[in-house]
Design a protein. Structure first.
Length: 297
């Protein structure tokens, strides 16, 4: 065995010496360079689609990742978690961005088993209301009754005499799926009441322009210049903070997933690892998401 190792070492040295005159050589199998920097190099084209809640983070990460990896091209699209999961399952995209695991949107068990849920961050969601609403706290039971149509006036929950205007997300929305799972205890929101908006931005506009409105959206949307765009109500007295989520006091949150068909490889894996990694954690927090390191404690 020692002689074989010695022969292999000599062969490797000879090959390295032969290539040295050409500057550097690329090991296409491992995507590594054999120069003195030993830099990991990835290349390829990646398309991600799905959750509009995760979209801003995915886009920011893509910009930074492509800056460090000029041979990689990443395109991020919205469409909702269900759309992203179905597109990655069909092979139309490499990554399905989602607020929920694949099994929550794929009925075919065999197809769902082909998909891998890669957790990249956490996200808090908030119940938001028009600024004319005086109520600043709602119990889970009250929220359930509002979105089922049982409670229809703000005076029934301590507010003024005003009609409640419910604004929902479509069935394909991962935000809606999380809302139904964590707040409505698995019950479907009543689509026969109120209206439906298909993105966080559309929800903001609708809630702002509709007296008595109530809806829900990703708190990552409520950062920076949009911090005070809408009024967020407490749920059972708790605000949507990382501390309350970690302590189990705030229920309306989920992991953010970058779902792949099979285990992620090459540039796709490198990009997903970057989003979930330490180097990007500060940006994750700044953008209103929860870094994985905070959820893995």
């Amino acid at each position: 065995m020692a002689k074989k190792g010695f022969k292999f070492t000599i062969a490797a040295l000879l090959i390295t010496g032969a290539l040295a005159g050409c500057g550097k050589a690329e090991d296409t199998a491992n995507n590594k360079t054999t120069d003195n920097t030993a830099k990991q190099e990835v290349s390829g084209t990646i398309t991600a689609a799905g959750s509009t809640a995760l979209q801003p983070l995915a886009e920011e990460a893509a910009t930074e990742f492509m800056g460090d990896n000029p041979k990689v091209s990443i395109t991020v699209q919205g469409g909702g978690s269900g759309t992203g999961i179905n597109q990655v399952a069909s092979g139309a995209v490499q990554i399905g961005n989602s607020d929920v695991p694949a099994k929550d949107k794929i009925e075919d068990e065999a197809q769902a088993k082909e998909l891998v849920d890669n957790k990249v961050a956490g996200i808090a969601f908030g119940v938001v209301v028009n600024k004319d609403i005086t109520v600043d706290n709602l119990k889970v039971e009250q929220i359930t009754d509002i979105f089922s149509g049982k409670i229809t006036n703000w005076k029934e929950v301590g507010g003024k005499d005003e009609k409640i205007n419910v604004i929902n997300r479509p069935a394909s929305s991962g935000t809606r799926a999380t809302f139904e799972k964590t707040i409505l205890n698995g019950t479907k929101a009543n689509d026969s009441i109120g209206t439906t908006q298909d993105s966080n931005g559309a929800v903001e506009q609708a809630v702002n322009s509709t007296p008595g409105a109530i809806s829900y959206l990703a708190m990552s949307y409520m950062v920076g210049e949009k911090k005070d765009a809408l009024k967020t109500v407490k749920i059972d007295g708790a605000e949507p903070t990382t501390e309350n989520i970690a302590a189990g006091k705030y229920p309306f949150w989920s992991y953010e997933y970058m779902i792949t068909k099979g285990e992620a490889k090459d540039a796709v894996k490198a990009y997903i690892d970057f989003v979930a990694g330490e180097d990007f954690a500060k940006k994750v927090e700044e953008m209103g998401y929860i870094p994985m390191k905070e959820l893995n404690k």
